[in-house]
Design a protein around this ligand. Structure first.
Ligand SMILES: [Mg+2]
Length: 369
């Protein structure tokens, strides 16, 4: 397909409530949306990068720069034979996975539409309902925390992930476990601990956590392997896995029993598929994480999560958990009977942009043709 036109939108979607995590607070989802046109079709992708380099080194400004000055010009006008073909034109661009994923996912949507298929079928996915959980940010009090957990359970969510930090860890997790002995409960540390905290991780063993996500540095695999050898609770890697190569190292070192796979963090669907297959072979279970995406990125996550080795519930909550107003015509809702969200069944990513809402949240846009 000849890439005729690409439009890059900077969108700012207000959250229903601020999202607090160990590195700060976000009041809105500022992201880049990519629309790629070819042969009368439009493919959509999302680059859900944060304003600060606190999750990966990328920011809204770096992603915008890399997209505008390198990624987009280097594929514009080119005849691509598959979505992954874009990497042949990007060989001189190192890193910047989130910026790449924005375009690459749009290409997958475009190619799925050209084949008249829902994206998940093109990827080899089978499931049409994705088990999901909810991620709870740091809270000011234990009573407030229990109220938040209770409210999500009453909505139908069956798995709770708690963001933890050195100041907010053992007691909050004990409090939730005491109240809900059978809840699927896990913790995400976002890189805020070290191996010196080993006694804390040993104390967490009796809480029967589903997993502990990324306790150590964003670029560490070695210390995670040491921790996994010392505790029974599965260690999950998130920030440390940015490529199939990282995955091979983690497998070799037995650094984790689970991986939180985010399409945007690993540079798009091509790498996500490669990581999926590597982990499936090695017996490492996956789940699909989220970057607070709009309906476009959320749809892409649901399609990838339909693959068979996505075993644990995904961090893909209903649109209303994040936004009063999403940018798609049919926001995602939770099936409260089984804590799932449906994979869109339309062609491509299967969602339609709600242009009234979309245009209200556009901060800036630029078209390349
Ligand atoms: Mg995480």
């Amino acid at each position: 397909m000849i890439i005729e036109e690409i439009t890059l939108y900077h969108l700012s979607l207000p959250f229903v409530s601020p999202f607090r995590f160990s590195h700060g607070e976000l009041k809105s989802h500022d992201c880049l949306i990519v629309a790629v046109k070819s042969d009368g079709l439009t493919g959509w992708g999302e680059c859900p990068v944060f304003p600060n380099p606190c999750y990966t080194y990328e920011t809204l400004k770096t992603a915008s720069h890399i997209l505008t000055d390198f990624l987009i010009p280097q594929i514009l006008g080119k005849n691509l034979t598959s979505p992954s073909h874009c990497f042949a034109f990007w060989g001189n661009i190192r890193g910047h996975n989130m910026a790449k994923a924005g375009v690459e996912c749009a290409l997958w949507d475009l190619f799925a539409k050209s084949e008249n298929l829902p994206l998940y079928k093109l990827l080899g996915g089978k499931r049409q309902r994705i088990p999901v959980g909810v991620s709870i940010s740091l809270q000011d009090s234990l009573s407030g925390l229990l109220e938040v957990v209770e409210s999500y359970l009453s909505m139908g969510y069956r798995r709770v992930k708690l963001k933890i930090s050195p100041d907010f860890c053992l007691l909050p997790l004990q409090t939730i476990r005491h109240r809900y002995p059978n809840l699927l409960l896990m913790a995400d540390a976002n890189c805020t601990f070290t191996l010196d905290d080993i006694n804390l991780f040993l104390a967490l063993e009796e809480l029967n956590l589903l997993m502990i996500e990324q306790p150590f540095a964003y670029n560490d695999i070695l210390d995670h392997a040491k921790l996994q050898s010392l505790i029974k609770t599965p260690v999950c890697l998130d920030e440390s896995i940015n490529s199939p190569h990282d995955t091979r190292i983690a497998i070799l070192l037995q650094a984790a029993r689970a991986i939180n796979l985010k399409v945007s963090r690993v540079g798009g669907i091509t790498n996500a598929l490669a990581i999926h297959h590597l982990c499936q072979e090695a017996g490492i279970k996956l789940w699909c994480g989220g970057m607070l995406e709009s309906g476009i990125g959320r749809a892409i996550n649901l399609h990838i999560a339909s693959l068979p080795n996505f075993v644990f519930p995904a961090d893909i909550s209903a649109s209303s958990r994040y936004f009063a107003q999403d940018i798609i015509t049919q926001p995602f809702v939770l099936n409260s009977d089984d804590s799932t969200i449906d994979v869109p069944q339309g062609i491509g990513i299967g969602v339609e942009v709600d242009w009234d809402c979309f245009s209200r949240f556009v901060v800036s846009q630029q078209t390349f043709s």
